[in-house]
Design a protein around this ligand. Sequence first.
Ligand code: GLV
Ligand code: MN
Ligand code: MN
Length: 422
Amino acid sequence: MTNAKSNLQIDSARLWNDIHETATFGATPKGGVKRLTLGPEDKQVRDWFRKACEAAGCEVRVDALGTMFALRPGRDMSKPPLGIGSHLDTQPTGGKYDGILGTLAALEVVRALDDAGIETEMPICVCNWTNEEGSRFAPAMMASAAYAGEYTTEDILSRKDSEGITVAEALDTIGYRGADVVGQQKFSGFVELHIEQGPLLEAESKTIGIVDRGQGIAWYDGTISGFASHAGTTPMPLRRDALAAFSEVALAVEKAARDFGPNAVATIGEIRIENPSRNVIPGDLTFTIDVRSSDSKIFDRLHEAIRAAGAEIAARRNVSVAIEKIWRKEPTIFDARLVDAVESAAKDMGYSHRRITSGAGHDACNLASVMPAAMIFVPCKDGISHNELEDATQADCTAGANVLLHTVLSLAGIASSGKTNS
Ligand code: GLV
Ligand code: MN
Ligand code: MN
């Protein structure tokens, strides 16, 4: 970064306004956002984003999985762009910041460069990755995983939501199945700004998290089959109750994560009783398990503990318990050069900061396996996320966007500036 540019800042009011304007697409009565990937509200925010990027002088391209790439040219177009951005989809009871901050801050970086008349050496590409959240279609972060070569495009297009709608159908319905081949857009690197989604920065009164690692994630689909029968006439000892068995499985999953803690967490976020009825003993149910750790050896041991508990409960209760792994993402180590660039930007701007591991999954974690990548965190209120109460301050969002701006200036380089003689 040159001295002439060290005071450059994004427009805080414009960023804050964008966050609140886009929060109207899928706004919930409790002040959050419900914008499931590839639904009608996702189309609204995508149309808004496309228009805003075009108004900022970018060319917007869309790939076969609906990921949006807004390109701001650089002086040297032989260099692949530096990617910045995040996602615009949310959880069913999500907040205004998860993903949105990083995507809108990336747009704001482009506008700030425009306002300052700065041409960067390298082009810049603002990204909105499809289906980061994974709540409508599994796995989470599917578009960046396909970009990184973990899945074929056809595989992802065929994934179904709980109503049987495929990703391909959902993309076609909202008009976002683009022409670009997945992976066609190359990058020199990728930097993602995000709220922390955890309590550490707030607890330590730090403004910026320099993310150098990300937890690994494994997802499982579970099925328990017992026997559905009459709630009034079936004596307790004769029951093969799938829900009672599930209750033991749920506690065993919690115990396994506690036993391997503090570097392990496990969550059962969905459970569905088939054909539920208040006077029928549950016969069949399905559930999900989300397991995370930054140590892949703990992953294996957790997996084994959960499998053994399932087998023991099944035998004792005369039900079947099947737990199938549907996704595993290894822990991420971000690129040292990019992480250092984020740290220097935070220092130069005078923000308090600390190194941090991401507990959440992010598209940058997938991209880190095929390009240099790094992340910037800012605090969120009480560490709450994936909840309508999710909140962050304008000052912290602005600080994160300023660190993103200065990380971009140092990584993409300044070719010329219309407003100063640097
Ligand atoms: C993505 O939002 C995750 O589950 O970490
Ligand atoms: Mn996110
Ligand atoms: Mn999320």
